[in-house]
Write a protein that binds this ligand. Structure first.
Ligand code: NAD
Length: 496
């Protein structure tokens, strides 16, 4: 059995005092385990990043960018291997892993423009012979803590931009699928990154708690579930750190009576069941306006779900793979049970699907539940599985109220042909990322990603322009070079 170690100061470290099995969710078996970092190992990683910081901070931005250009090329050249590692441990099908990797690479491309992004602001002659400018300086050592569901993309929301901005980094990936993340970090070293600038520690809460409390860590980026995001944000703040903590979601799609239902069905299939619904932007609730739209949607959706194939990542004809663990499979099935017990109608039942040759895998088939109401537990909580629930309402206002009342506000979408309705929706909905006939409105790398309400703790969204602000500190310099021989007079008034 191989053990996934840590990457500290450019070298793989095998601190295997504590280990945890990593599963192949398609087979249910385990051939890999991951080392869980001790306090000493995390402190070694922080020390390595601290030592690397002064030289890296002073490396010209264009030279830092050149390493990112080489990194992008290596990611593209090794895409098949990265997708294979993602498939083995996460379970997503290769076409889905390739999409995730591409979105990660786009964040590296954005980081390649860092000389432009750090140019700052300049004003000449703000007073007599006085010029003023603002520059954006790196923070120092920053940390990233990432979830299992995007082991390549979400870490690349963080470290490429943070590093390009002149910081050094300690990354704590998900312990459930650590191999692709570690390999990607090794590729960045192959691209020429100096030792210590990026360190990876694998581990669990023990490692995270050191990152949250060690005074050498200046900022923490987190992506994961809401209860942990809330804990991370509170603890990092209490320890004087800047923090952005992205949490869970319950993303609703409004299906208006005038919508092209066939198109909405096609969009909902991928957005609800792609990656087994294990996406923070997955559409998990369809809010149908009017019974006619609801009946048509449920009838066409259940028909369209018949040919869907759930199976192992290695067969690219499969539509989606297993969920991440046995415990998570049971949890998702439990939500379907609870909706049924609460009186909802399970129209397509994905509990315990038969997957030939993979009888011990953690599979849940695509599930459609109609007549769901807002008081049901399955509606209120994030399921994070291939389950689409239909809530029926009479008006668009009721649909929007439902979304605005929900504790999460990550993504949402409206299917309609009515531009006025779409415009009103995007203006008034209390959600951070909005789609109009676009089911997964994940912002591109040169915008920024983040939800509202309990889907994000902190002020700045992830990556893009907000990412640059998050990973830098503004400094404003005001400078005067008096003409020779000119003496300034004394003044006790506030300078104006
Ligand atoms: P998780 O919260 O269980 O774990 C995320 C990270 O936190 C992991 O690195 C894990 O090791 C660490 N962690 C777990 N428990 C901890 C504890 N008690 N103390 C300190 N650290 C702890 O999330 P997950 O199951 O890996 O990922 C799925 C969740 O992430 C879903 O809720 C999903 O919506 C969310 N997510 C959100 C976004 C977003 O952008 N908003 C993106 C992807 C995933």
């Amino acid at each position: 059995m191989t053990t996934v170690g840590h990457l500290i100061n450019g070298k793989i470290i095998e601190d295997a005092a504590r280990v945890q099995d990593v599963y192949n969710p398609a087979t249910g078996g385990s051939t890999t385990r991951v080392a869980l970092a001790s306090k000493e190992t995390v402190e070694e990683a922080i020390a390595s990043a601290q030592t690397a910081f002064p030289a890296w901070r002073n490396t010209p931005a264009i030279k830092r960018a050149r390493i990112m250009f080489r990194f992008k090329e290596l990611l593209e050249a090794n895409a098949d291997k990265i997708c294979e590692l993602i498939g083995q441990e996460h379970g997503k099908i290769s076409h889905d892993a390739a999409g995730e990797l591409q979105r990660g690479i786009e964040n590296v491309e954005y980081a390649c423009g860092v000389p432009e992004l750090l140019k700052g602001e300049y004003s000449k002659n703000v007073g007599p012979n006085i010029d003023s400018w603002s520059e954006f300086q790196p923070l120092g050592v920053v940390a990233g803590i990432t979830p299992f569901n995007f082991p390549a993309m979400v870490p690349m929301w963080m470290f490429p931009l943070a590093i390009a901005c002149g910081n050094t980094f300690v990354l704590k990936p998900s312990e459930r699928d650590p191999s692709s993340t570690l390999y990607i970090a090794q590729l960045l070293h192959e691209a020429g990154l100096p030792e210590g600038v990026l360190n990876v520690v694998n581990g669990d809460k023990e490692a995270v708690d050191i990152l949250l409390t060690d005074e050498r860590i200046k900022a923490v980026s987190f992506v994961g579930s809401t209860p942990i995001a809330e804990y991370i944000y509170a603890t990092a703040n209490a320890n004087g750190k800047r923090c952005q903590a992205l949490g869970g979601a319950k993303n609703h799609a409004i299906v208006m009576p005038d919508a092209d239902i066939d198109n909405a069905v096609n969009q909902l299939l991928g957005a609800a069941f792609g990656s087994s619904g294990e996406r923070c932007m997955a559409l998990s609730v369809a809010v149908a306006v009017g019974d006619a739209a609801a009946d048509e949607l449920v009838a066409k959706m259940s028909e369209a779900m018949k040919p869907l194939k759930v199976g192992a990542y290695s067969d690219s004809s499969n539509d989606f793979g297993p969920v991440i663990t046995r415990a998570h499979q049971q949890k998702v099935n439990g939500y379907i049970d609870s909706a049924e017990n609460d009186g909802a109608n399970v129209v397509v039942d994905g509990r315990n699907p038969a997957v030939s040759g993979y009888e011990d895998g953690f599979f849940v088939g695509a599930t459609l539940i109609d007549q769901v109401t807002p008081t049901m537990q399955s509606y209120q909580e994030e399921i994070f599985g291939p389950v689409l629930q239909v809530v029926r309402v009479e008006t668009m206002e009721q649909a929007m109220q439902l979304i605005n009342d929900h504790e999460y506000g990550n993504g949402t979408c409206i299917f309609t042909r009515d531009g006025e309705a779409a415009r009103y929706f995007s203006d008034h909905i209390q959600v951070g990322m909005v789609g109009i006939n676009v089911p997964l409105p994940v912002p591109v790398a040169y915008h920024s990603f983040g939800g509202w309400k309990r889907s994000l703790f902190g002020d700045l969204h992830a990556y893009g322009p907000d990412g640059v602000r998050f990973y830098t500190k503004r400094k404003t310099i005001t400078q005067r070079w008096p003409s020779s021989g000119v003496r300034e007079g004394v003044s006790f008034a506030f300078p104006s």
